[in-house]
Design a protein around this ligand. Structure first.
Ligand code: PEP
Length: 249
């Protein structure tokens, strides 16, 4: 059985008190314990949120990490630092990082390596912009992103990764991929995993959908055989919405 996961990417939102209020709302809610909940707050709050959630089943992630091990890289966070505060997951290659911070697949592959060296789980994001989909180039593009950023890993390493498919045209826009568009791409990604790593490994890797996922559409999206959960942006900022999504399997 693959892990069902709902991860909340808070992006650059919430003051400290708002962040603590949001975590409390989530911790105090009842949700399906077979679902792994991951909170991905701004890094400045991650250690405290890790402490608040440490006696429960909720995990903490951060939104970005350095491709370098340590040293004179002002403003960066290394994988070993992230590990040392108890976080377990790190987003890699979110489309906003690719677009606004010029992150390339080559950089992302180095970030993935640093994370695995430090026993952290990368949530590797891939996704196409609308123009690529309109040109019917979206499958090629996703294949390239995975080949260049993630598929250098060996079979043992890939088992410690999560993949998130996030069509860029659906992120923060209110436009969600249809359930069949999501399944089609998730099935394609699993097919790539089968070719590269074999069926047994491919069946174990969780592939999350991201892009305007909310309580009203999560159930339909999660009912697809290759959609193992969601990476949630806007709707993860409201505890009741986030929990409703977690209860949508
Ligand atoms: C995201 O940023 O990963 C995301 C999916 O955002 P939203 O849910 O707001 O579209």
């Amino acid at each position: 059985m693959r892990k069902k996961i709902v991860a909340g990417n808070w992006k650059m939102n919430k003051t400290h008190s708002e962040a603590i209020e949001l975590v409390s709302g989530i911790v105090d809610s009842s949700y399906d314990k077979s679902v792994q909940l991951i909170l991905v707050p701004p890094s400045i709050y991650a250690a405290e949120i890790e402490e608040i959630t440490s006696d429960g089943d909720i995990s903490v992630g951060v939104q970005n990490s350095s491709q370098f091990e340590s040293g004179a890289y002002t403003g960066e966070l290394s994988a070993s630092m992230i590990k040392s505060i108890g976080a377990q997951y790190v987003l890699v290659g979110h489309s906003e990082r690719r677009e606004y911070f010029n992150e390339t697949n080559e950089m992302l592959s180095k970030k993935v390596n640093q994370l695995l060296l430090n026993d952290l789980i990368p949530i590797f994001c891939c996704g196409e912009v609308l123009e690529e989909r309109e040109k019917e180039n979206h499958f090629n593009l996703i294949k390239d992103q995975l080949n260049e950023g993630l598929f250098h890993l060996d079979s043992t390493q890939i088992l410690n990764c999560v993949i998130a498919y996030e069509p860029v045209w659906a992120i923060g826009t209110g436009v969600t991929a249809s359930s069949s568009q999501a399944q089609e791409m998730h099935q394609f990604i699993r097919g790539l995993l089968v070719v590269k790593y074999g069926n047994e490994i491919a069946e174990k890797i969780s592939i999350l959908y991201g892009g305007s996922c909310k309580p009203s559409n999560a159930k339909e999206l999660f009912s697809n055989p290759d959609v193992d959960g969601g990476l949630i942006g806007g709707a993860s900022l409201v505890s009741t919405d986030f929990i409703a999504i977690a209860n949508s399997f």
